[in-house]
Design a protein around this ligand. Sequence first.
Ligand code: ARG
Length: 286
Amino acid sequence: MPLTEPAVTTTAPAPAPLRVATRRRLLMCRPRHYDVTYSINPWMHPEKSTDTALAVRQWERLRDLYLELGHVVEEIDPIDGLPDMVFAANGATVVDGKVYGARFRHLQRTAEGPAYLDWFARRGHTELLWPEYVNEGEGDILTVGRRLLAGTGFRTDPRSHAEAQEFFGLPVTSLTLVDPNYYHLDTALAVLSDDEVMYYPAAFSEGSRSVLRTLFPHAILATAEDAAVFGLNAFSDGRHVLLPDAATGLKAQLSARGFEPIGVDLSELLKAGGSVKCCTLELRER
Ligand code: ARG
């Protein structure tokens, strides 16, 4: 049989798909003890002042937005002496109701791992794993449909990727981060739906960029400017995408794809290297 040339057709650009939000259950931690007292990432400058009251107000605005959108927000009590505990995303990874505990890289945050795991135990979860390997929860382990993307390079030990795959019984794809400004996967990539992401290519190794292109050929790509205002530290419910307000390029790209971007100002928390997604741990029940 002779090979045939693929047919060339000219069609109008496809209309943006209709986006449907699904109700999420979220865990957050009020930044009552928030401060920048040490530096474990390039954004943290303990010599500069922080305004805890302003951090609380900005955080409350984010929580209220979630509630207004119809999501359920649960709260874990903040612990004095753990100023980064506001970044609930780092506290665990929860999929199908199974809780994979976090084990932190830095001494300053190690007590957060057991504190979060204890919250889940008291909430009645029975499938809990205290991990053998360092992993910083949803900061580095993101769920896209029935697959997990797992970051490494700065915080999470790549051996935890296999541990998570075995525990959840879901395929885990390892991605290597190379830019210290984007030290957690959730600072360089955001999940938008069951099969769509947006990311900043330069934050990843060459091999990982190729993996991302293969898995998500139509992904939204962030500019350096949008990445630098933490535009990728975003939360999506399938329709609404909450992200730092300053990420103007991403907001336009999201709108063009039929999403509804909602800009949020978390400038105080950015002083610790965190924003929307860092403050939000998704409780994925079965
Ligand atoms: N100061 C915190 C740290 O460096 C910020 C964590 C941000 N959380 C996140 N999910 N990216 O560990």
